[in-house]
Design a protein around this ligand. Structure first.
Ligand code: FUL
Length: 584
């Protein structure tokens, strides 16, 4: 009996060839793998800003401002589930400090509002709706708080820990805790020194499986922009030593691409809004992203080794507006059509190197996550030949690395057989959890995936091939991509041709273009161009991260022929770009 037991492992080894490839030094936790498999989640920005039209509230908003008229979290969950999302993350507390649940350590919450006579609780309603629709539930809780009187003192860290305990302790499992990097001034003008180790410990003790998002993780990282675009090269590993969320984070292009051989497994999450802003506003009902823009985002996030967190902000009723839900249905239908038929499902796969039958190339076609194709340890540049039963036409190649063993491939190429010759049609870098390569439409009977660089023997678990007839490969377009650049000392004057009633104004920086942005401003008006009167001073919320046009409503209508916008602060210092200044 003893002998047989000893022999068994040996027999297993000789029958199946070498064992499982050794993992890389840095690999994901099981919870991180499950998180990555969710692929698309819905972000929900909701709070006082929904009612004020601001992107960043300043914390002085009256609690009664939050008063949804037909609140329905089940409608959000139903919309998310129908769109194929796997989870919802809600702004439980944004920078204005208002809590969407009765947070016992705050006096600026739903409990102080007249909504549902102060008995309402958005986190309770949403967590229950998520459960009903089979979705996971996550929370965004901003450390920056422009309302809390303790902000800017050590006591605030304790208040924030209690806030986390309340939001994470009372509503069941939380799959992701979103920590925003913004760290501005509190109500008394002071900034806070955040106790990150304490915040992390608190989250871990209450929700051990929750992925913590920030610029530098520890669970997952910001992708470095709010446009829905992960790096074409995208490592899930990141160097974190010496960095912190917010101002102390690595440069945005590093966040976008990660670090090869980075110290920790911190994959990218791409957060982007379906509308120009993060919060709902009436004026943007006609500016919901087009199907083509959403498909571009899909390919540049999910298709580039990132999760997609698509923001769909509810309106003042507390419902997802029809303009957004219709677009989401179109998006789902398009994805279903594009990915309906895997043209590689019945192809013959032949690998240039073999690691025994257990790791055969056909594992790439079996639809099982944990069964993969692997080659011998010393083999770094294997080739996989894919032969179809007959000629096929396609334009997408989808590859997946088996990330529980780490991210290994650093470059690969795709060749197609054309008149008896192999012709290279794509040369790319990383693969990661999922990579979708957009290639020109090709008709052929065979193609070849050539791994051209890897840090350890490549291990892939999936190959699929598709023909996408919907996405047109648009360039990212914006109406505000051109403009002029001015020294920060120069004001902008707008002449409306005659005295008009003005209810607000729009400043548009040069989107993805030259020049910096105005972050703080002074606005004045004049009827004759000589005598000027002050209208307001303010700050453009979130404009550095998301340089979209800023519409600023005025509290009281003014009559003026001229408007003058003077920069008070620009980022970077010294100059700013302007694509438009308009009266609303
Ligand atoms: C940013 C915030 O400042 C924005 O308002 C928004 O919540 C976005 C998702 O994160 O850092």
């Amino acid at each position: 009996m003893k002998n047989i037991l000893i022999l068994l492992p040996l027999l297993a080894l000789s029958a199946c060839g070498p064992g499982q490839p050794a993992p890389m030094d840095v690999i994901p936790t099981q919870a991180q793998v499950r998180w990555q498999q969710m692929e698309t989640n819905m972000f929900v920005h909701f709070g006082p800003n929904t009612f004020s039209g601001k992107e960043w509230g300043d914390g002085t908003e009256a609690e009664d401002m939050f008063n949804p008229t037909a609140m329905d979290c089940r409608q959000w969950a139903a919309t998310a589930a129908a769109a194929g999302f796997k989870g919802i993350i809600i702004t439980a507390k944004h920078h204005d400090g208002f809590c969407l649940w009765p947070n016992p350590v705050s006096t600026h919450t739903v409990a102080q509002s007249k909504w549902m006579d102060g008995k309402g609780d958005v986190l309770k309603a949403l967590s229950e709706a998520c459960k009903e629709y089979g979705l996971k539930f996550g929370v965004y809780i901003s450390p920056w708080d422009r309302n809390d009187p303790h902000y800017g003192s050590p006591e605030y860290n304790d208040v924030f820990v209690k806030t986390l305990q309340s939001a994470l302790g009372d509503y069941g499992p939380v799959f992701e805790q979103w920590f925003d990097g913004a760290n501005g001034e509190g109500p008394n003008g002071k900034r806070q020194e955040y106790d990150w180790p304490l915040f992390h410990k608190t989250v871990r003790s209450l929700q051990p499986d929750a992925q913590m998002f920030s610029d530098v993780g520890p669970g997952c990282r910001w992708v470095g922009n709010e446009e829905g675009c992960a790096g074409r090269t995208n490592w899930s590993t990141l160097n974190v030593e010496g960095f912190s969320p917010g101002a102390g984070s690595p440069p945005v292009d590093t966040l976008n691409r990660g670090n090869r051989h980075g110290q920790a497994w911190i994959p990218a999450e791409t957060d982007v809004s379906i509308r120009p802003g993060w919060f709902w506003r009436e004026s943007e009902n006609g500016r919901v992203k087009s199907l083509q823009q959403l498909l571009r985002i899909y390919y540049e996030s999910i298709g580039r080794n990132s999760l997609l967190l698509l923001n769909v902000p509810p309106d003042t009723r507390g419902r997802i507006h029809e303009a957004d839900s219709v677009r989401l249905r179109e998006f789902r239908a398009a994805l279903d059509e594009i990915f309906a038929k895997d043209l590689a499902a019945d192809a013959l796969l032949e690998a240039s190197a073999k690691r025994g039958n257990r790791y055969k190339a056909a594992n790439l076609q079996d639809g099982k996550y944990d069964s993969y194709w692997a080659v011998p340890d010393e083999e770094r540049t294997p080739t996989l030949t894919v032969t179809f039963p007959e000629e096929r036409t396609f334009n997408r190649v989808l590859l997946q690395e088996y990330i529980p063993l780490g991210q290994r491939v650093s470059s690969f190429a795709i060749d197609v057989l054309s008149e008896g010759q192999w012709k290279e049609i794509a040369a790319e870098t990383t693969i990661g959890y999922k990579r979708i390569v957009l290639i020109p439409e090709t008709t052929t009977q065979a193609l070849r995936i050539r791994i051209t660089g890897a840090d350890a023997c490549p291990v892939l678990n999936n190959l699929e091939i598709y023909q996408d007839r919907i996405y047109k490969d648009i360039a990212t377009a914006s109406e505000y991509q051109t403009g002029t650049v001015h020294p920060a000392t120069e004001a902008q004057t707008l002449d409306l041709g005659g005295v008009k009633d003005i209810r607000g104004f729009r400043y548009a920086p040069i989107y993805r273009g030259e020049g910096g942005v105005i972050t703080r401003y002074r606005l004045e008006g004049s009827r004759d161009g000589r005598r000027w009167f002050p209208i307001r001073e303010g700050m453009f919320g979130n404009i550095v991260n998301n340089p979209i046009p800023q519409d600023v409503p005025l509290r009281d209508e003014v009559q003026a022929r001229y408007l003058r916008l003077t920069p008070v602060e620009t980022v970077p210092e010294g100059s700013y770009g302007i694509a438009a200044l308009e009266a609303l």
